[in-house]
Design a protein around this ligand. Sequence first.
Ligand SMILES: Nc1ncnc2c1ncn2[C@@H]1O[C@H](COP(=O)(O)OP(=O)(O)O)[C@@H](O)[C@H]1O
Ligand SMILES: [Mg+2]
Length: 429
Amino acid sequence: MTRSSLSIVAGYALGNLITEGKTKKVYEILQSPDEVLIISKDRITAGDGTKAHVLEGKAAISTQTTSKVFEILNSVGIKTSFIKVVNETAFIARKCEMVPIEWVTRRLATGSFLRRYPGVPEGYKFNPPLQETFFKDDANHDPQWAQEQIISAGFNLNGVTIAKDEVDIMRRCTLLVFEVLEKAWASQDCCLVDMKIEFGIDSKGEILVSDVIDSDSWRLWPSGDKKLMKDKQVYRNLSNVTLSDLDTVKRNFKWVAEQLESLTPPTTGLVVILMGSPSDEEHCRKIEKECHKLNVPSQLRVTSAHKGTEDTLNILAEYEGSNKKVVLIAVAGRSNGLGPVLSGNSVYPVINCPPVKTDNVSQDIWSSVNTPTGLGCTTVIHPSAAAIAAAQILALSDHLIWSRLRTLAFNNYVSLKRADKIIRTTPMQ
Ligand SMILES: Nc1ncnc2c1ncn2[C@@H]1O[C@H](COP(=O)(O)OP(=O)(O)O)[C@@H](O)[C@H]1O
Ligand SMILES: [Mg+2]
C-alpha cells in the first residue's frame, strides 16, 4: 500500500491507496474505516489491458453510469457496496475484500461464447440466461472456472469462506441483477445481451454486489440490433484507433448514461384497499404494510356495497376517472358483497381478501369464491398474499415493482439457505 499524495477529495480525508486497477483507484477513507473512495480514471482498456487509451471524460461518464445502476439495484432491495456519488469522478462504497471472480450472465450468444462453442449461431437465446464464471487473472486471460474450482480455491474474505452456499447465493444474485437491468433496459427498447458483475465481502461478512457496473460491463443492443451496439465492444472491435473512433465510443457511453435517467419513471400504479367496515382496519393495515414494503402506493377506503351501494360505485368512478393503473383489494367480513360488486362494475382487477375468523371460514369464503358468471375477481386469505398479488399485476407494466418482487423471492431463498446452514451445523440438544 502506498500513502496517497491526494489528501482531501470532496471533503473526505483519504488514507492509503488500497488498490489500483486498469480503470480505477480505491482509497481508504480516514474517518470511515468501513468505506472506500473509488476514483475512476479517464482510461479505456480491452484485451486484459493489452489495448489501452486515454479517453477524456470517461471517468465522469463511468461514475454517472455506475451510480445510476447501483441506485436502481439499491432501490429494489439488492445489497450492494455502493453508498453515494461524491463528485463527477468518485463515489463512496463499502470497503470489501473482493471475490476474484467475474460472474457473467448471457441472454444471447455472442462474442467469446461463439468462439468456445462453435456451431451455436449468434443471437441464440438462453432461457434461462446462461451463467458463467471466470477467474480474474489478466496474465492468464481470465480463465473460465467451474463452480468446483471456485469452491476448491477456498477463498477466505473478511472471515467468510466461499463455499457452496456462498457460490449458490452469488450465482442466484447475479441472475437477479441481470434480470433487473434487462427489464429496466427493455423499458427503453434496449436489449441487455450479456453482462458481468463482481462481488465483495464487507467487514460484517455480508455478500455485496460490488465494483462497478458501467458500459464496460455489458453488451447493449438498442432494438435488439447488433449494428446499433452502444457498449465497449465498439472499442474492442477497432484495429486502428483514431481520435474520431474514440469520440464515437465516448458519445455511445454518454448516450447510455443519459438513457439511464429515464429508466426510473415514477410509478403510476395504485392499490386501493376497500373495507366494508372500519372494524376491518387492522386486516387492511397489514395489506398496506406489505404494499409499502414493495414500495407500491396504496390507499385505504371504507365503503359497504350492502349498506352504501351508491357510494361504493362513486368511489369506483373516482379511480376510473384517474390516469392511474389501479388494483382493488376488497376486504369484507361475513358475506362479501363488496368485491363482487366492484368486480361486476369495473375492468380493474379485484382481489378479495376477506378477514375470515377460524370459526366461520368455510361459510364466509363462499361469497368471495362462488361469484356470478361475468365476474373475474380472485380471492386470497393472507394480507401479504393480497399485496403480492396486486403488486404482481402492477409489475406487468412497472419494471421496478417487478424487480422488488424478484428480490423478495431471492431474499426468501437466501433466508432458507441461511436457516439450513444453521440447523445442519447445530448439534442435537
Ligand atoms: N468496494 C470495493 N472495496 C474494495 N475494493 C474494490 C471495491 N470495488 C472495487 N474494488 C477493486 O478495485 C480494483 C480496481 O478496479 P479496476 O480498475 O476495475 O481493476 P481491474 O483491472 O483489476 O478490474 C479491483 O481489484 C476491484 O476488485
Ligand atoms: Mg475491473
